[in-house]
Design a protein around this ligand. Sequence first.
Ligand SMILES: [Fe+2]
Ligand SMILES: [Fe+2]
Length: 145
Amino acid sequence: MDDRYLKKLELSDAFIVGVSDIDEYHQYLVSLINDTVDAWLEGDLDQCRVRWDLFCLKLSEHFIEEEEIMRGYGYEVSKHNQAHVDILEKTKTICTDNKTLEEWKMCIYGGINDLVEDILKHDLHFAAFLKDYVKPRHKSPDKAK
Ligand SMILES: [Fe+2]
Ligand SMILES: [Fe+2]
């Protein structure tokens, strides 16, 4: 396959979860995967590796932070956690031996799909939960005084 086209990821408003720390991190992850796409478009195998590794590192940090935020709202995260674990396991194994642009292409596609799928299947499930969320009464509202 000599197709040298790889589309960058854009998240529409439909992907907004409603917690700024989560949404901002999603945009950061998009910028990291798109940096990897740029390296791929330039045919730079070394930078594909460097940028992909950074994406994976930040993805794992995001998952930890995201689950912590969700737990803070009393949201049950075990299913979501399993999805995160599976994605990280996949990202660790599928791209370790990449030596060609074609291999990197499949890898980057996989990263984009996993990120999009996690937001759609799991993060937005939390967003729906948030719509009915009622702050516990013992916590005083911000700026109450
Ligand atoms: Fe997320
Ligand atoms: Fe998630």
